[in-house]
Structures are given as C-alpha cells and as structure tokens.
Design a protein around this ligand. Structure first.
Ligand SMILES: [Zn+2]
Length: 412
C-alpha cells in the first residue's frame, strides 16, 4: 500500500488508483482540472447536449433526475430546472432507512422546485431478505439501495419514453480520477455492476443465494439493451460540465432552498447522507472493517483537494472520527428482526485480516490506512472557518425511534 503525498488515499482504494512519478494520485491530478478547465465553455457544451431532448409539444418530460432527501439532489434539480430550464421527472427509490429529516428534505425539494416525482417502494419483505443474504455473504446492508437507486431511473426512462437521465458527479472521476472531465463519461451498466453492486447484478443473486427467489429480485433487474436502444436511453453527469464542489453547493442550497443539514458521529461533513440512519453509521463501520478506511477519509480527501484542509488536519479528523461506534444498530436490528449479538458476530466475520488483527476473541487491533500514514505532527493547527460545516437541524426531528418506511410529505 502506497500513499498519495497530497491527499489521504492509498493504492488500496477499491475503485483503483495510481500514483505518478511525483507520488501524487490520479484523483488529485484529475481534481486539478477543476482549476484549469474553462467552465463557461463546459456549460455551453452541456446546453448543446441537452437541447435535443427538450419536449417540443410539452406532452412529456425533458429528462429524468434521480433524487433523495440528501446527497446532491437539491443542486442537481436547481441546475436542471432553474439554470437549464428543463422540465424534469424526479424519481426516488425508497431506501427504508429513512430519517425524518430526509423525508422533510425530499418533500421540501419537490414543493420548492415545483416538480413531479415518482416513488418506488419495493415490498419490505423482499428488501429484508436481500439485506439478510448480502449482509451475511458480502458484509453489505446496502445492496438493495445501491441497486434500486441506480436501476429505477433507467426503468423509468424506458417506461415513460424519456431518454435523458441527469446525474450529479461521477464517483469514479471525483474520488480516484478514473476519467478526465473531458472524457464526458456517461452511465453504464458495467460500472453499476462492477462498482456499485460489488460485481453482482439482480440475476447473479439468484445463483449465489438459495434464500432468494425471482419474486425478490425482479424489481432490481436492469432493462435489456434492446429496450434501452429503442428509447435511446443515456445518462450524463453534471460534474463533467460544472465545477463540482459539494460543500459550496450545499451551502448555496441551504441559503436558497432551505436544504437542512445535520451532525453525524462518524464524520465532520454535516451536509450529505442526512436522509439515512445507516449510511454514515453501520454501513460506514462496515466500510472500515472491509476496506481499512471509512467515509471520513473520503470527506477529508475532498476538502484537502479543495484547499480547505491541510493533509495533517484531514488526517487528524480521520483519526478523531473513524473509530466512533455506530449509534443506530438497535434500530437496524429491530427492522431486520435480528439480535444485536448475532449482528455483531456477523459483522466481525467481515473484518479484513489485512487491516484487523484479533489479539484475543473480541479484541481487535486496527491496522487500517490512518495507522500507516506518513508521519504527521501530533496536533496540527485547527482548520480555518472556511472549512466549517454547519448543522441546521437534526436527523431525528420529532420522528420517534423507527425508520419512516413510507414518508408521504412534511408540513413545510
Ligand atoms: Zn491524492
């Protein structure tokens, strides 16, 4: 494992990352393009790409935009509707681990930006069966969410005959520089399978698990090539045409459209993932178990690249947050119908021996990325106020102690 000199990533990054002769990673190099590209020209290019998709008679939508009650949803809809002047159909896959704040944010988004929206609610029994299976085998509680949120927009494009899908940033480009902005990479079935779904599409689950049936997985099946070609479905990423900076974008959406943020136990970034009880909690701990680093390393790396944190400050934040225990494990066990001890046992099976050493039963020593980083000063200077993330609300609001499995709206 080798470290990038500039950010906190290593050559062990699961998306693949390379270092150049100067010891700087591909992700940092592609990030440099953000300060060298002519973004006015890139925007003009985007306008010409979307122009042919405008509905001429006003009888159909111009595009499909996948959304949630967090992530970059507000900014994407803002660009699509208020800057490009397109009429989008919003689509959202119900993840079931919903926080009251996420339900509120999603309701506020469609009201503020006055959009039509489609919800997909896959039946909870199938979702739970898949989660039980993928947790045991892959150490993942997120397969149905990753599969659902990447396939429902594509199914909707085919069903509604709306060929253009507009996504935010491409994770492979943003994190590890898998592509240049100028490659204008688009959505592919292959990237979804290899990176979003850990190599397993819906039909692959049937051959791996005898616990699942056709009835559990068919909603997650990707449309076939003939169906996609007949409509001309394509998915573009706005990050190729707009200088992507999630912190600045979320702050502008808090001011302009009343997006609400919230604090987390396991990271300093208050802006993303506020719609989910598990993403920055149990799911994030599993990432640490399997890959030796967690989401706070992604957040710190992003902020280092944007020049708001030094490498030392970022590493100090990683060490402060990454071992904080998840807070919502009981809620997850309640939902899945599993004892916390059984869950704990199962989670331990997924600790990667490259990063975890069992000194004695139940006693684990961490040997992950942050423990092997280049030498750093014991206490770096505090980050400047420019690096601060604001929490404007709490994920729980007054929603009680369960997930909001179906959330129709919010009084706002
Ligand atoms: Zn780097």
């Amino acid at each position: 494992m080798e470290f990038c000199k500039r950010c906190l990533y290593t050559t062990a990054h699961p998306l693949g990352l390379v270092l150049d002769d100067e010891g700087v990673c591909s992700g940092c190099r592609v990030h440099e393009e953000k300060d060298s590209l002519d973004w006015a020209e890139r925007w003009a290019r985007l306008e010409s790409i979307v122009a042919p998709y405008r509905s001429t008679d006003g009888r159909n939508y111009d595009c499909i935009v996948p959304v949630s009650g967090a992530h970059d949803a507000y900014y994407i809809v803002h660009l699509v509707k208020e800057r490009l002047g397109l009429n989008p159909l919003l689509v959202t896959y119900n993840r079931y681990f919903n926080t009251p704040l996420g339900i509120r944010n999603l309701a506020n988004l469609r009201i503020r930006l006055n959009c039509d929206i489609l919800y997909q609610n896959v039946n909870p029994e199938s979702v739970k069966r898949i989660v039980r299976s993928t947790l045991r085998r892959f150490g993942s509680i997120y397969w149905p969410i990753l599969a659902g949120q990447t396939v429902f927009p594509v199914q909707t494009a085919v069903r509604f005959r709306v060929p253009l899908i507009i996504w935010g940033a491409h994770q492979g480009l943003e994190q590890v520089g898998m592509f240049s902005h100028l490659h204008e990479v688009e959505m592919t079935r292959r990237y979804r399978k290899d990176h979003d779904l850990m190599g397993y599409e819906a039909d692959d689950l049937l051959s791996v698990f005898d616990t699942l049936t056709e009835g559990d997985i068919w909603q997650y099946r990707y449309p076939d090539d003939a169906a996609l070609d007949a409509i001309g479905v394509r998915g573009i990423y706005l990050g190729n045409y707009v200088r992507w900076d999630p912190k600045a974008q979320h702050e502008s959406m808090i001011a302009r459209h009343d997006y609400a943020s919230a604090a987390f136990a396991r990271t300093f970034d208050t802006y993303d993932h506020v719609d989910c009880f598990n993403y920055m909690d149990l799911h994030d701990q599993l990432k640490l178990f399997k890959h030796g680093y967690s989401r706070v390393t992604d957040h710190a790396t992003r902020e280092i690249r944007h020049g708001r944190l030094t490498r030392d400050q970022g590493l100090a934040l990683v060490r402060q947050y990454e071992q904080v225990p998840p807070r919502y494990v009981e809620r997850f066990c309640d939902w899945l119908g599993m004892q916390p001890q059984s869950l704990r046992f199962m989670l331990d099976q997924h600790r990667n021996p490259a990063y975890w050493h069992a000194a004695s039963p139940g006693e684990w020593t961490f040997r992950g990325w942050s423990t092997r980083q280049l030498d750093t000063p014991a206490s770096p200077a505090s980050p400047s106020s420019e690096a601060a993330f604001a929490a404007t609300a709490s994920r729980e609001l007054d929603g009680g102690d369960r997930y909001i499995t179906i959330g129709k709206g919010w009084p706002c």
